[in-house]
Design a binder for this molecule. Structure first.
Ligand code: Z57
Length: 820
């Protein structure tokens, strides 16, 4: 192990010194929050040395750089993770013990940086961890939202959003870098000037408003390798460097407007996951961080390279979904307008530097900006997109002469809208999906025409997760047990977990494995009691669905099934039933009505069932408030069953599914997203699969023929449950509270087809799979084997593997070793 600079006594002194300098207090006078700040500063001190070392090494080696451009980075807390990756966690824990503090409590003082919504943002965070650990030169580029994803409170069963002021007490793991500020311009108009000397037109943006983008850097610590990469998030400040003349109203107004523009841009993260809202401010956010990031990247490149034609050899811009797609046009703008390149030269460079990841096929998530809005806000960038589109259409026409249909389907600008996915595909050299099934659907359905035109651009990169956070930090008991059995190689080489397979039938190993699961369930039960006031039985099956609330993820099917079980238990009290705790955690986008009603339904069902003494505590339902990265770590560790029940074809990959598997929870799921690959790794006998296939779903969607009413009419169990939505059973007699949900399942007169997500079609096979879960769980040895094998077979799903594939097949980065 490397010398990590953590001499315990020195560290204790440093913490005491920090408390003194920051708060003029002795350590025993300090609050837990103050000790958190002091400890973080001491840790940051060590990190900064490695940060400098890394920069020096990069300067020396001049490796190719990937800029991971993302509107979201769902980082979660940094202190514990940094200590883990510095291999100093246990030493610091001891040091704090000796000072009279508990590291867990200190970690709990940190706000959970939630600059992301869900899977997409968390994936970006896992990728940064793997990039640093594997020794690749990478920058995350994003926005320093002053308010992250809202905190969720549950009041009277309903979600209430509370602002997340994560910067309130100052965040110790960030570094302001005003010397790297960049100007970003909005609005105005474009003046064309003919340059007789070169015979070319010049395009000059005038009458614009601008903001100053100020970067804040956060260290990304690699595991045990002294590498520290950078997450660079941009804050906005007003530019008011002109004289404020009280008599010049124009200037004064401009100053106020620029002030407001700056304030608004970075105010808050949009709380939508998998949904596009088309707000002007969102477009401003996108251009703001893209323009600043691309300017900074080009400036950095030019410092050590003389020829911009070499850019693709040294830089890749990876677009995390279409949100950063403006990169294509902004890079063209810089190369053509500022570097005076010809269009053809600039296009060649751009299309070998940008690469795009698609994360969804859901129509409502596709970004399409109205031309009006776009051209007003970004007149020059819009012009450039028009020219890209013009040339792209010519290319289509030459490939498919006379085919108007192709133009209609593939144009970048069509029907008054800019289609960002089309721009990303035309403007880059790689298009990847995030799981095998998802990539196949892209190629065969959603992006069929583009695949036909550019087959060489398309590739798959199945998602992954970092085991450092989701096992080593989140589940220390299991991590230690694994290391005791197979050594600690798994921490940086997850497939080594397969060495655990020899213990699958070993009685002692099975008992130890399930005993650890039990302790983690006790830990979660304590958390639930403290935070929800609900007592749950750690001997019951912990059946968990935690993820964003979305109709396609079908939390509704889960809770309808709970209602169905409750009916069965009430009808047949004598029926054998293994105690179950159904655990939910989910935030709904603030404006997503149906999702919020589903939260209310879950809580309403919980209220009735949890308070029904007659069922002997056989069933419990818990909605964990404010699901986020920090409590997720604890929840995965404690789960028995992993609910991954999206309508097949809708979940591009899923990553929670991988976190459950890693922590020994078998999947109860549909053949969707990465579930398919999970089953491939662990074997169908160690998972519980049900429901329509993606082909069946897509066939219904394309050709019709699905009738949910049939299930209602022919299946009394289903009919009973649905009637309970409108007969007051869970609403204290209010017949209307859940009527919209009922209507969504049966009524065709709404704008959507009834039961858009095939809940009734899958309901009975879901219930059957749930019975299989119970049967398997009753057999202790069988369950232990399954759980253990899930951990043992989860090696593929490390983000280290995903990143290595991006590096080998898309980015072609150079490996960097400190001190070499
Ligand atoms: C988001 O979290 C995802 C896709 C999106 O287009 C947006 Br916007 C937000 C998710 C997918 O739903 C998951 O299936 C996937 O695992 C995750 O992105 C990471 O790829």
């Amino acid at each position: 192990m490397l010398d990590n600079h953590f001499k315990k006594e020195e560290f204790k002194e440093s913490v005491k010194e920090n408390v003194k300098m920051l708060y003029r207090k002795t350590i025993d006078e300090a609050t837990q929050e103050q000790v958190f700040q002091a400890v973080s500063l001491a840790v940051k001190d060590v990190i900064i040395d490695n940060w400098l070392l890394t920069q020096k090494q990069y300067e020396k080696d001049d490796p190719k750089i990937v800029y991971y451009l993302s509107m979201e980075f769902l980082m979660g807390r940094a202190l514990g993770n940094n200590l883990i990756n510095l291999c100093a966690y246990n030493e610091v824990k001891e040091a704090l013990d000796e000072l009279g503090f508990d590291l867990n409590v200190i970690e709990d003082q940190e706000p959970d940086p939630a600059l992301g919504n869900g899977g997409l943002g968390r994936l970006a965070a896992c990728f940064l961890d793997s990039l640093a650990t594997l020794g690749y030169c990478a920058y995350g580029c994003g926005i320093r939202y002053h308010y992250g994803l809202f905190k969720q409170k549950i009041e009277n069963g309903y979600q209430v959003e509370v602002p997340d002021n994560w910067l309130k007490n100052g965040y110790p793991f960030e570094l302001r870098r005003p010397e790297y500020a960049k100007e970003v311009k909005f609005g105005g108009y474009v003046r064309v000037e003919y340059d007789a000397a070169t015979g070319r037109n010049h395009f000059i943006q005038e009458g614009y408003q601008s903001v100053r983008a100020i970067p804040y850097d956060m260290p990304i610590v690699g595991y045990n390798n002294q590498i520290v990469n950078t997450l660079r998030i941009w804050d906005a400040e007003a530019i008011n460097d002109f004289q404020l003349d009280l008599f010049d109203k124009g200037e004064y107004h401009k100053a106020v407007e620029q002030e407001n523009l700056a304030k608004n841009i970075v105010e808050v993260l949009y709380p939508n996951d998998n949904h596009y809202a088309g707000k002007e401010l969102r477009l401003k956010q996108q251009y703001f961080f893209i323009s600043a990031s691309i300017q900074a990247a080009i400036e950095k490149f030019k410092k050590s390279h003389s020829d911009l034609h070499d850019l693709p050899k040294k830089v890749t811009f990876q677009l995390n979904d279409t949100h950063p797609t403006m990169t294509v046009a902004e890079l063209m703008r810089i190369l053509v307008d500022e570097e005076n390149m010809t269009w053809e030269e600039a296009w060649d460079i751009t299309t070998h530097t940008c690469a795009y990841t698609n994360h969804t096929i859901m129509a409502e998530a596709l970004e399409k900006w109205p031309i009006e809005l776009f051209s007003k806000l970004l007149p020059r960038v819009y012009q450039i997109i028009e020219e890209i589109n013009r040339r792209f259409l010519l290319e289509i026409q030459s490939k498919y002469p006379g085919d108007q249909e192709k133009i209609r389907k593939m144009a970048i600008i069509y029907d008054g809208q800019v289609k960002m996915a089309h721009l990303a595909i035309a403007g880059g050299y790689s298009v990847n999906g995030v799981a095998q099934l998802h990539t196949e659907i892209l190629k065969k359905q959603e992006l069929k025409d583009f695949y036909e035109m550019y087959p060489e651009k398309f590739n798959n990169k199945t998602n992954g997760i970092t085991q450092r956070r989701f096992l080593l930090h989140g589940n220390p008991l299991l991590a230690n047990w694994i290391t005791d059995h197979i050594g600690d190689g798994w921490i940086t080489n997850l497939p080594e977990l397969s060495k655990l397979k020899v213990y699958a039938d070993d009685k002692k190993a099975q008992q130890e494995f399930m005993n650890i699961k039990h302790q983690n369930k006790v830990r979660l039960a304590k958390y639930i009691l403290e935070h929800n006031g609900i007592e749950v039985n750690p001997n019951s099956i912990f059946d968990v669905q935690v993820k964003r609330l979305h109709e396609y993820k079908r939390q509704l099917m889960n809770i309808l099934h709970v209602m169905y079980l409750y009916n069965k238990i009430k009808e047949h009290p004598e029926m054998p039933f293994y105690p179950r705790t159904f655990i939910f955690g989910a935030k709904a986008a603030a404006g997503y009505r149906r999702a919020k009603q589903t939260i209310k339904l879950i809580n309403a069902v919980a209220d009735v069932i949890n308070n029904d003494k007659s069922i002997d505590g056989k069933l419990k339902v818990v909605f964990i408030e404010n699901y986020r990265v920090s409590n997720a770590e604890m929840i995965f560790a404690a789960a028995d069953v992993s609910e991954q029940i999206s309508t097949a074809s809708k979940e591009a990959s899923g990553t929670g599914n991988m976190k459950f598997m890693l922590n020994g929870a078998p999947t109860l799921g549909t053949m969707d997203g990465a579930n398919v690959e999970i089953v491939e790794e662990v074997g169908a006998e160690n998972a519980f699969i049900f429901g329509l296939s993606s082909d069946e779903v897509i066939n219904y969607e394309n050709n019709g023929g699905y009738d949910p009413m049939q299930y209602f009419n022919n299946d009394p169990d289903i009919r009973n449950v649905l009637m309970q939505l409108i007969n007051g059973t869970y609403s204290g007699g209010d017949f209307n509270m859940f009527r919209e949900i009922y209507d969504s399942l049966l009524n065709t007169n709404s704008s959507d087809r009834a039961d858009t997500y095939f809940i009734l079609a899958d309901f009975k096979s879901y219930a059957a799979a749930q019975e299989k879960v119970e049967e398997a769980y009753r057999d202790e040895a069988r369950w232990a084997k399954m759980a253990l094998l899930n951990t043992a077979c989860s090696g593929k799903f490390t983000s280290d593997r995903t990143i290595q594939q991006y590096v080998d097949e898309i980015w072609k980065l150079d490996k960097v070793v400190i001190g070499k």
